[in-house]
Design a protein around this ligand. Structure first.
Ligand code: SAM
Length: 276
């Protein structure tokens, strides 16, 4: 098979396509990385040239291939309790404040959290673990934790909920014992059904509005780094639209959207609130 390097022209075509479909701007120096990732799809499809693959991908017959192409291109690195201070805030400030407001009948006993671009599920499951830790505060509440991602493959992995030791390294030993089944042979950790039951999954592109009721809290972390300003602006507009009044946006350290969050009140460099 002839899997030569991507030419300048092919590289530009794939980058243009990735930008149009996912909003991700690929830097000029990523040609080898993109070539390697696209090559995996060529192999899987038994196609011998990048040109033929591009033609297939952009033809009506290539509709089914597009999600697999995007799976190959995107970076899915994640782990449980990434940025632990976000989860400390969730458990120690956000949930007690909500419970307090509900006790005063200033809000319903209902909680909706969205983990946007959740990859293989570690982020929404970490949120679910915090909710379980504070379950006495939330007794009788209607709770939704939604994990969404562009990639169907990562969502399949999230649904399966099996992780290696690296992914769970920041999970406290007690929580690991209580909420995962460890397979000593494979050293894999399977998330227990009661945690799984707290999370629902949906394939979604951040460039489109999410057609769901508003959320009390949205996590948007480690995804927008590769988006250009125009795409970031679209995503930010969609996120603010999905946030309930008084709801919080938790922003990852690399998003580069701080200057676009004017409609929200800044509480911390990574925490914003929609005015009530
Ligand atoms: C590095 S992971 C971040 C996972 C998690 N939020 C975290 O911080 O650990 C980035 C995820 O963003 C997803 N992604 C990339 N472009 C997207 C888009 N346009 N819409 C939705 N998800 C997207 C990728 O599929 C990938 O799973």
């Amino acid at each position: 098979m002839n899997h030569a390097e991507l030419t300048d022209e092919e590289y530009a075509k794939f980058c243009g396509l990735i930008y149009r479909v996912a909003g991700i701007r690929i830097a000029e120096n990523k040609r080898v990385m993109i070539g390697n990732r696209v090559r995996r799809r060529l192999r899987a499809m038994g196609i011998t040239s990048f040109g033929a693959y591009y033609a297939h991908l952009t033809s009506p017959a290539g509709n089914g291939e597009m999600p697999l192409f995007l799976d190959a291109i995107t970076t899915n690195e994640t782990y449980f309790f990434r940025d632990p201070h976000h989860y400390d805030w969730l458990g120690e400030s956000f949930l007690p404040e909500l419970a307090h407001q509900a006790a005063l009948r200033r809000r319903p006993s209902r909680l909706r959290i969205w983990s946007a671009a959740c990859s293989t599920g570690e982020e929404p499951y970490s949120i679910a673990l915090k909710l379980l830790e504070r379950k006495l505060l939330l007794a009788g509440w209607r709770i939704t934790v939604l994990g969404t991602d562009l990639s169907g493959a990562v969502l399949d992995a999230a649904r399966a909920g099996r992780y290696d030791a690296r992914a769970v390294r920041l999970v406290e030993a007690d929580t690991r014992r209580a909420c995962f089944d460890e397979d000593p042979k494979t050293q894999r950790f399977s998330i227990k059904p009661e945690v799984k039951a707290l999370v629902t999954w949906k394939q979604h592109n951040l460039l489109s509005p999410l057609k769901e009721d508003p959320f009390d809290c949205i996590f948007i972390k480690n995804v927008l780094i590769y988006f250009d300003k125009d795409s970031k602006q679209i995503v930010v507009r969609n996120l603010i639209e999905s946030l309930a009044r008084g709801g919080y946006l938790v922003v990852g350290p690399t998003e580069g959207i701080y200057a676009m969050l004017d409609p929200l009140r800044k509480l911390k460099p990574w925490l914003y609130q929609k005015p009530a």
